[in-house]
Design a protein around this ligand. Sequence first.
Ligand SMILES: Cc1cc2nc3c(=O)[nH]c(=O)nc-3n(C[C@H](O)[C@H](O)[C@H](O)COP(=O)(O)O)c2cc1C
Length: 266
Amino acid sequence: MSTSNDSDLPSFDTSEFKYTQPPQPSWTFGQPITSTEEGRKWAEQEKEGWKSFDISAENPRFMYSLCTSGIAPRPVAFVSTIAENGDENLAPFSWFNQVSAFPSVISVSCLAIPRHKDTASNIKATKGFTVNIISEPWVAHANSCSIDAPPGVSEWALSGLTREPSISVKPARVKESAFALECELLQIVDIKNDAGAITTNLILGSVKYVHVRKAVLNDKGTIDPAKLMPVARMGDTTFVTVKDGFRIPRPVWADEKETIENLALL
Ligand SMILES: Cc1cc2nc3c(=O)[nH]c(=O)nc-3n(C[C@H](O)[C@H](O)[C@H](O)COP(=O)(O)O)c2cc1C
């Protein structure tokens, strides 16, 4: 199987993640975006005007493509589940995020049209699942599991990836994943269309265990992005990597009050 239709493009950039200056290092409160060259170029685009979509009047497939290309980049949950009869399943989902920290809860959303996803059915039936974060060195392996295989076909065998037994749930986690969660079903919200048909299963999962490869930790005990090398999803079949990062401190009123008052913005 070829993983690319883009053989005429430059080869994949394997350079390492680096920190850079933020894009507006000297910005201060109240400055318009036209105070930088980059901002002026961005403002120029306004001249082309806006295209506004009334979602109720548009083709739903097109709006799906539009929204998944605009609500991006999305992290990708590589979800391992098990059916009641013991069949194993592995599939990637980018409608994914952590939605609560205290307690730790994640969400994964599965389209239920044109077919119900095995992942959602398995979680409904057996409750436990693992979410594995995908890294650059094995994104093709993970992507192969989005194949529309019939129930009973294990994507584990197709992917070339390795099962690592979980501690608190039945499905294995992915040994190649540097950051993996063991989750228990908290709630499924079945999202319906106007005709009352279920079109999406929004799964909320309570996080029970977090497994982190020691090699991706920084000196604070959290994740070093240079080492995790995560991939994220844009629209269509586009993935993105994280090659540059910059830090912008969160402003604190007590520290900034005087500057803001001196600028007479309020
Ligand atoms: C990167 C990526 C992200 C995806 N995200 C989603 C998603 O958020 N929701 C969804 O329903 N399908 C998503 N898919 C498609 C599923 O992975 C695909 O339908 C898969 O076959 C589902 O497997 P299952 O039926 O075994 O659960 C995604 C596919 C890829 C490659």
